[in-house]
Design a protein around this ligand. Sequence first.
Ligand code: ADP
Length: 228
Amino acid sequence: MTDTLFRLDSVSRTYGSGAAALVAVHDVSCEGHRGERIAVVGPSGSGKSTLIHLLAALDQPTAGEVSWPGLTPTPLTDPTVVGVVFQGQSLVPTLTAQENVALPLVLRGLPYRHAQEQAMTHLGFLGLESIANQLPDELSGGQGQRVAIARVLAMRPRLILADEPTGRLDTAAARQVVALLLEAADELDGGLVIATHDPYIAGQMSTRWRMRDGELSVVPDAAIGVSA
Ligand code: ADP
């Protein structure tokens, strides 16, 4: 099995057509490998979310090809090989924290009680046992984002994609969330891609990609800390 988790070959994603066409991702070629920790930096509107969605197979390119040589089955046929942490609130508002984490396990066919037990174990890993029975709107932004991470980790994905997961958190909560994602990626022996504005977070990663007007460039190590 190859260590190349995903590959983009000359990938573009254009929204709309004709005069209204907007090229969100333009002719991007790149690879991500097992063990690699990738930060995607760049200003708002530069194509980071679109890139994350393409990597997650939540969206399809309008040109070029996305492939997942090291992921079997591919995310196209089994979304659980890739876990996505979305920007902001993504929990089901009518379910408790524990039920939110259990939901994808139940959808995968796990008996309800077993799924609830596994959910509690993962909430425990993130220090969230005490809020297991609370609803999302009773949680702080940091707690909610940690529950969303527990929900992803309970599926044990081989590739974790996070789209500005700390955008709405204070510095301490943001750093804790990133530390958890790094720890989880190590434990799962997988890959991690985080879209972020935060130069500190970018500096924690092994690889930095910069998006600008849909184009991707690799940031040399010497440029760490330079404005994201
Ligand atoms: P970022 O995550 O860096 O803020 P995005 O990938 O969200 O960038 O957006 C890149 C560009 O594509 C922006 O100009 C944005 O307005 C546009 N865009 C994103 N999603 C859509 C969509 N569904 N329809 C039309 N344009 C979109």
